[in-house]
Design a protein around this ligand. Structure first.
Ligand SMILES: NC(=O)c1ccc[n+]([C@@H]2O[C@H](COP(=O)([O-])OP(=O)(O)OC[C@H]3O[C@@H](n4cnc5c(N)ncnc54)[C@H](O)[C@@H]3O)[C@@H](O)[C@H]2O)c1
Length: 263
């Protein structure tokens, strides 16, 4: 069997759970080495056990530049090069409306959510650009159906995911022709996606909210909520030097047709 990512090395943020974990597992299946970054040290250790010596991990907060730098340095030290970065760590606002928050809460929630969803993406991108230029590699950003339309979250989440669409387009323009920059925009997916400490919703997980999962399934033309692994092939395609060669500034929408209905 041909391994599509044979010999590649990838750094993935938010790799201990959900979509990031599914991408890490699939990348290894497709022949890649993976450096997994996540703030959940226990889940990360479990992933490392499952993936063996094709995986190295950095436990820490990806909103800290030092953690991102460490992830890139580990990839270079252990695997010799860096071909692909998946900027994926993210949190959710559970549709919380800003007109139902105090102004102080808007500030603290903005700070927390934008640091995780947007700043961590900028930091891992900045930390890896030289290595990606060197290898002719690619950056893949986890966007969302909320990167294109209202209704996929509250204003803060939607604004953060629209911002990531801007990051994809701008970096695709600035970093070409040496580095390709693309995104994947999943629709509602059954993962551990969690909320914000600032909104006292950090213990809420999407996969424990039966009603949300039902709502997501009902809204999808395919009649089901996606599983994390449903999106993994999109990342493989974008990372592939052969099949993704001409993809730059592209955001693959993996939402079961939800946005075609909303559009
Ligand atoms: N689940 C969905 O319905 C859905 C839909 C569209 C987009 N997304 C996006 O997919 C991405 C992955 O989310 P998921 O659904 O797999 O959720 P998840 O919670 O299962 O995975 C996210 C991972 O990111 C980690 N993380 C969060 N903040 C971090 C930080 N500061 N530093 C390091 N690690 C951090 C978490 O520990 C977790 O392991 C997010 O960007 C999310 O916005 C999810």
């Amino acid at each position: 069997m041909v391994e599509i990512l044979s010999g590649q090395t990838a750094v993935i943020t938010g790799a201990a759970s959900g979509i990031g974990e599914a991408v890490a597992l699939r990348f290894v299946e497709e022949g890649a080495n993976v450096v997994a970054l996540d703030r959940n040290a226990d889940a990360l250790a479990d992933l490392a056990d499952r993936l063996g010596d094709r995986c190295a991990v950095v436990a820490g907060d990806c909103t800290e530049a030092e953690i991102c730098r460490r992830g890139v340095a580990l990839a270079l030290q252990k695997f010799g090069k860096l071909d692909c970065v998946v900027a994926n760590a993210g949190v959710y606002d559970w549709y919380k409306r800003i007109d139902r928050m105090g102004t102080a809460d808007v500030e603290t929630a903005f700070e927390e959510l934008f640091r995780i969803n947007v700043l961590s993406t900028l930091l891992i991108a900045r930390s890896s650009v030289e290595a990606l230029r060197e290898s002719g590699g690619s950056l893949i950003v986890t966007c969302s159906n909320a990167s294109f339309r209202a209704g996929g979250g509250g204003t803060l989440y939607t604004a953060s995911k629209f911002a990531l669409r801007g990051v994809v387009y701008q970096l695709a323009y600035e970093w070409a022709p040496h580095v390709r920059v693309n995104g994947v925009a999943p629709g509602g997916t059954v993962t551990g996606l969690s909320g914000l400490a600032a909104l006292e919703s950090s213990s809420r997980r999407l996969d424990s909210e039966e009603r949300t999962v039902e709502m997501v399934a009902k809204a999808s033309p395919l009649g089901r909520a996606a599983a994390a692994d449903d999106h993994a092939g999109c990342y493989v395609l974008l990372a592939s030097r052969r099949d993704g060669k001409n993809l730059n500034g592209t955001i693959l929408v993996s939402d079961g047709g939800l946005s075609s209905r909303m559009g």
